[in-house]
Write a protein that binds this ligand. Structure first.
Ligand code: NAI
Length: 342
């Protein structure tokens, strides 16, 4: 952890324990140059403690870059509670975690993530200086940014959404919104979800074509959109992808960054997840700063960033993840040079 902490430029990692409540958690503050760090509270029993720390760090780092490229004045953070979300004394654990968040004096702003709900954030919000995700679900805006990014990728391939075939893995909050928008724009939408009820809902509502769980990422379509868990795009999937476009919402969808090079070598157009899925962060920023005006336009502007990244990648031969990370780091560095010392 200590090596990672230094090598990856983390500002702060807080390891928290409250044996009486049964809390074991991590708060990762990657970078606060652009503003206080923001990121969800993930609740999940990890195979090992090291896995919990690694997840918090990877997700926090992605938040820094997501905010930088979306023009959001917030830094990157994340926290994970290494406990099964079905635990009996859930509220006690959330409050114990909130007290550690409060000890950071606003340097970390919590939000909803896997395993936590709006109600949980209301509870945490009673114990911390600022909390987000209390006004509702940002996933419509996340889906909107993903759809804008799919449009840009199709445009780069001289195609349009109308008539395109898109396969979505995960028909949850983001996946269903995206499926609706794509269907409305004339795409033929395919999808799979481990929850059969969610598939049925999409089939009934938008005539989605249900595909097998194991086939969805390798389906014979134009676009694959992972909108379920992270790490789903590994060597096997990259080698077997039949789609020529990979754009989705799932955070950290590539099992490691180097796969972006393989995607480029296969001429697969890829808008990185932390670019395409920034709509949710923009919605949360609007909530925190009470600035809902212009939110839709700010989300739609994700298309400009995606277009810029694809153009730079085409002209430099660098993969899109490397291009996007370099652009994000430049935003943070420029701000660092000009901010007053604190
Ligand atoms: P969700 O929990 O509402 O939906 C995920 C769906 O994926 C569920 O319906 C679940 O049953 C399904 N699923 C899980 N494993 C699957 C598998 N192996 N194959 C097929 N389906 C599977 O989550 P949500 O909010 O829609 O988020 C989706 C992804 O987007 C996550 O990776 C999340 O981190 C990311 N994201 C979400 C944002 C938001 O605003 N909700 C913002 C940015 C990123």
């Amino acid at each position: 952890i200590l090596d990672d902490f230094t090598n990856r430029d983390f500002e702060q990692i807080v390891l928290c324990r409250d044996p009486e409540a049964g809390l074991e958690s991590v708060i990762a503050v990657h970078d606060t140059t652009l503003g206080p760090s923001l990121g969800g509270v993930r609740m999940r029993a990890y195979p090992t403690r090291a896995d919990a720390v690694a997840d918090a760090m990877n997700l926090a780092q992605a938040m820094t870059y997501k905010a930088a490229l979306a023009g959001v004045a917030l830094g990157g953070g994340k926290s994970v509670i290494n406990v099964d979300p079905r635990v009996a004394n859930r509220d006690e654990i959330l409050v114990a975690h909130a007290k550690y968040i409060a000890s950071l004096g606003g340097r970390y702003i919590p939000g909803v993530d896997m395993g936590t709900s709006v109600r949980d954030l209301e509870l945490i919000g009673r114990h911390v200086p600022v909390a987000s995700s209390q006004r509702g679900d940002p996933s419509y805006f996340t889906a909107r940014g993903v759809v804008r990014s799919i449009e840009v990728a199709l445009e780069a391939a001289d195609r349009a959404v109308a008539g395109a075939r898109v396969a979505i893995q995960g028909l949850g909050n983001v996946g269903l919104h995206a499926a609706r928008m794509l269907a409305q724009a004339g795409a033929q939408v395919f999808g799979a979800d481990i929850d059969p009820q969610r598939v049925r809902r999409a089939v009934d509502e938008i005539d989605l074509v249900a595909v097998d769980l194991d086939d969805v990422l390798l389906a014979d379509v134009d676009v694959v959109a992972p909108c379920a868990g992270g790490g789903v795009i590994d060597e096997r999937v990259v080698a077997g992808l039949r789609a020529s476009i990979l754009v989705g919402a799932a955070n950290n969808m590539l099992s490691h960054d180097a796969l972006a090079r393989d995607l480029r070598e296969r001429n697969i157009i890829h808008v990185p997840d932390f670019v395409a899925n920034a709509g949710g962060l923009l919605a949360v920023e609007a909530e925190i700063h009470d600035a809902e005006d212009g939110l839709t336009e700010r989300v739609d502007a994700i298309a400009d960033t995606a277009r810029d990244i694809l153009a730079r990648s085409a002209s430099t031969q660098a993969d899109t993840v490397s291009v996007a990370l370099a652009m994000a780091r430049e935003v943070v560095e420029n701000k660092r040079k000009h901010r007053p010392y604190f």
